[in-house]
Design a protein around this ligand. Structure first.
Ligand SMILES: C[S@@+](CC[C@H](N)C(=O)[O-])C[C@H]1O[C@@H](n2cnc3c(N)ncnc32)[C@H](O)[C@@H]1O
Length: 329
């Protein structure tokens, strides 16, 4: 672990440096690409380019979740600030923290905000967010953390009166088993009276769901293919991006969207760092992401299963997206 002060009120702590990331990537690639049904965890999309592509996705016409979540936060931020009285805002999977500024502004207006902790697996995006947050909230301590929220929650020091924000529907990228483990670990880490603000996409018309993950401009396709660039760069691979196609499918029985890369031909590739030869049959699919969709009942069940008490669920006018406020009793 490495903590570096950047300015008088700003620091960055790196739990995952380039070497750790590469080791974790090697483990995930050996397990995921060595399996009968090939898969990779979605966190590997997010190098600097992947984070920029995700930011572009959030502005696409088809990608309604960001607009809906923004609408909810714009309306409810003052209520959330008043109810929580939070002094620390810890954001998991913070990215650019764009929407989070609505909550931060409200906490600033309420006079309670003292500490902001953006936490993300992508070091470049945390480094980009820090000066922006420090300039917007003068006098507030801004401590960025580079880590994996499936691994490093136990290393977080949570002060009293913390509001944990986990926005963008990112929790849907975890499988049900991973979600329940993650929520329990998070709840264990929180102090009594701390709050969780959780953004979740809601089950809806499959055509709209699929369109949100298969936009006409092909930005999501480029984001999906970016994982192959990451493999080529980090593991000295020779995967040819043009030989894979982007697939987004709704799985009604699982209630999630799956993203895959489909091999457009029978092909072989090699990852030199691992000495790993990959064989893809024509049409074979490599799963790169799930994005689970929720109902108001399933959100409450999962939160209560982790020992958190749901205070209120806020939705947008179209009931597309939910932002849930829960506390640790
Ligand atoms: C879907 S984006 C959401 C970004 C932002 N919170 C928003 O609402 O627009 C997911 C974010 O979580 C980060 N992320 C993904 N997996 C992660 C992990 N295991 N640990 C920490 N951050 C992760 C990504 O780098 C990315 O910034």
């Amino acid at each position: 672990m490495r903590r570096t002060s950047i300015g008088s009120h700003t620091s960055i702590t790196v739990h995952l440096d380039a070497g750790d990331l590469r080791q974790a990537l090697c483990r995930d690639v050996l397990a995921g690409l060595g399996a009968v049904h090939k898969s990779l965890p979605p966190k590997w999309f997010y190098d600097e380019r992947g984070s920029q592509l995700f930011d572009e996705i959030t502005r696409l016409d088809e990608y309604y979740p960001t607009r809906r979540e923004t609408e909810i936060l714009q309306r409810e931020a003052p209520t959330i600030a008043r109810r929580t009285g939070a002094t620390t805002l810890l954001e998991l999977g913070s990215g650019t923290s764009t929407k989070t500024k609505l909550i931060l502004d409200a906490l600033m207006d309420a006079g309670t905000l003292a500490h902001i902790v953006p936490f993300d697996v992508c070091e470049a995006i945390v480094r980009e967010a820090l000066p922006v947050l420090a300039a917007r909230y003068p006098g507030v301590q801004v401590d960025g953390v580079v880590g994996d929220f499936e691994q490093h929650l136990g290393l977080l020091e949570m002060g009293d009166h913390t509001l944990v924000a986990f926005l963008g529907g990112t929790i849907g990228n975890l499988s049900p088993v991973e979600r329940s483990k993650f929520l329990r670990e998070l709840a264990d880490q929180m102090h009594s009276g701390d709050w969780l603000l959780l953004g979740t996409d809601l089950v809806k018309d499959p055509a709209r769901l699929v369109a949100a993950y298969a936009d006409a401009a092909g930005v999501t396709a480029a984001f999906n293919l970016n994982v192959l660039r990451v493999l080529n760069r980090e593991l000295e691979g020779n995967l040819v991006l043009e030989h894979f196609g982007h697939v987004a499918q709704w799985r009604p029985e699982e209630q999630w969207i799956e993203m895959h890369l489909r091999s457009l031909r029978a092909q072989e590739a090699r990852l030199d760092v691992l000495g790993l030869d990959l064989v893809f049959a024509a049409g074979e699919q490599l799963q790169t992401e799930i994005s689970a969709k929720f109902t108001l009942a399933s959100i409450e069940n999962e939160l209560s299963g982790a020992g958190l008490t749901l205070e209120e669920v806020f939705t947008d006018a179209a009931q597309d997206f939910a932002v849930s406020l829960a506390f640790k009793p």
